[in-house]
Ligand binder design. Sequence first.
Ligand code: APR
Length: 252
Amino acid sequence: MNKELRAQLESTTQHFKPSTKITILTGAGMSAESGIPTFRGKGGLWEKYDPEECATAEAMRERPWRVWEMHDELRQVLARHKPNPGHFAIAQLEELFENLVVITQNVDNYHQDAGSTRVLEMHGNAWRVRCTAEDRSWMDKTVPYPKLPPKCQCGADLRPDVVFFNEQLDRDVLNSAFGETVKADVFLVIGTSYVVVPAAYLPLMAKENGAVLININTEPTDIAAFADISILGRAGEILPKLVKMLKGKFGI
Ligand code: APR
């Protein structure tokens, strides 16, 4: 481990004690090392798909098969890959710190698959579907679907239970995310370009409420300007190192 990273991780661990309230915000960069394309940047999903075409409420009404083409492909990619060491490290942090919550913008369920149990899904879950007529949702791991769009037993189209562009987030999830943010002693932001609101409000909201803000990203982002510690690197490499240091610090 290089000297700069060691120093950054050591100063990070100074802010952790057993009672610390830790809130973690993750973005697509968290799953990049699982082989899941991020949304922006080279090779991102929005290079291949036009979000207006296949990730808006209007697209779901007008072109449900088009929405499902992208979504069914994403589910197939998710089914072929798995959580990476970064996800497992965060699940271990939940075991070390009882006051820890993950707020994720990702819809891949990888935090839960890796063992995290306290996860707020700001943008929904790719494996959950919702009936467009009955407005009820459930997990459905059918992949690929034999026919698109998939239908509910009632005959109506199913939709992905994710938040499309210009759609409202789930009010309860949003309120919980704000609550966990303002209570945080340490707010870790991992793998997000920090361009999509309301998730992008959270780091500054945490900082304004007294949290130590720690940013982990492979590229410099705007968050770095006001983060207390900004670590340039890959989540799947850095997080296991952080967990190892914390276990050493607490003698576990
Ligand atoms: N480790 C850490 N960070 C990484 C890694 C990695 N291995 N690989 C990429 N990154 C960083 C990139 O530098 C970038 O800043 O992850 C970020 C990914 O940014 P986006 O692709 O914009 O994803 P995200 O910030 O999660 O997008 C937010 O936008 O399209 C919507 O709903 C979608 O939830 C998504 C939201």
